[in-house]
Design a protein around this ligand. Sequence first.
Ligand code: FDM
Length: 218
Amino acid sequence: SNENPSKRGHFIVIEGLDRSGKTTQCQMLCEDIGGLDKEFKYIKFPDRITPTGQVINAYLQGEAEHSDETMHLLFSANRWEAVQGILRDLKAGHTIVVDRYAFSGAVYSAAKENPHLSLEWCWNPDIGLPQPDLVLFLDISSEDAAKRGGYGEERYEKQDMQVKVRTLFKRLFARLPNLSVKVIDAGLSMEDVADQIWQAYKELDEAGSPSEELQVLP
Ligand code: FDM
């Protein structure tokens, strides 16, 4: 149980391409955190349940068309509407594991064939969101990702898009020097990836509690 209930939880984000194993790894990490008798929450963006999330879901499934700019701002709003809950849970001492966040938000939009959506423009609406204590980037080549049973039917699950997304993730992380990013080779076995994630979690946990005051995305 929580030895010091006044300490806030850790805020951990897992990012990566489609088929990098993100969702499985989030689940495994949550199970391991729960196994330590610690409280945790799992969040996935986009959250397809909320009103913005329902529009996003219809768009991703090809059932609705909206401008690139509109969609970009809806993905961001879908995060902003979760902020109060995130802050409340962290304060209550719960660790939060997030499946995709502002980093996916910026790079998937910036990967589109639309000159208006520069990486900088795409990053802007997420400035000020709570900054994760740790970002785990599950890195995999688009070829290896595609070998895992092929991409699905959703809008962005195409190889040329995935190639651009991977390059943009690296460019974005390079622009955020104060962010703690750990790159993990997601081409390894599920167990090896999980081990590396667990190692990174323990380092974060043992480094003492994160600063009480959460940073925000710059
Ligand atoms: N995606 C995800 C975005 O384009 N912007 C965002 O802000 C987020 C969070 O939505 F192709 C893309 C990434 C992916 C699609 O994600 C759905 P999941 O993880 O497959 O549900």
